[in-house]
Design a binder for this molecule. Structure first.
Ligand code: SME
Length: 156
């Protein structure tokens, strides 16, 4: 396992292309879920310095806060509520350019302006979501969707 992350500057695609194999390396041989989610959140934060990046994991009828990097956040989200709960409900990635315009958005931080939420599947079943918040409007696009879906697909 690599001990230090090598941080690349350049286009978003180039940054993801450098990061994905390093995340693969971090996950290699480790089966503990918390350890793996924690390292993915840390690696993404280190590379992109987003406002907030982390996981919510499904526990019965709620999403419960998991490993993350950034300011403290709300701990429980009901299915269908906010961007995370909606992504869980429809089992699809959601890109929100302006969270103020998203009905039911849960404002954990007033600094958060745009958001992407990517569902995580295990054996075809949704098990949680990766949530990324930015302090800039319209910060996430199809490149983020493609690479973040790929990254959560690496979770063993
Ligand atoms: N804004 C999210 C809640 C989680 S925090 O942003 C960390 C939502 O609407 O689901």
């Amino acid at each position: 396992m690599a001990e230090d992350l090598s941080i690349l500057k350049g286009t978003k695609t180039a940054q993801y292309e450098s990061l994905v194999p390093q995340i693969k390396g971090l996950l290699e041989g480790e089966t503990n879920l918390v350890a793996n989610l924690a390292n993915i959140a840390a690696a993404l934060k280190e590379q992109f310095n987003w406002w907030w990046v982390g996981f919510y994991w499904i526990q019965e009828d709620e999403l419960v806060l998991g490993p993350f990097q950034g300011p403290v956040a709300c701990t429980r989200i009901k299915k269908g509520r906010g961007v995370c709960g909606k992504s869980w409900e429809i089992e699809k990635t959601l890109i929100v350019e302006d969270v103020a315009q998203f009905p039911g958005h849960i404002a954990c931080s007033s600094f958060s302006k745009s958001e992407i939420v990517v569902p995580v599947f295990k054996n075809g079943q949704i098990v949680g979501v990766l949530d990324v918040d930015s302090e800039h409007l319209a910060h996430f696009d199809e490149t983020d969707r493609a690479f973040l879906e790929k990254i959560v697909g690496l979770i063993p």
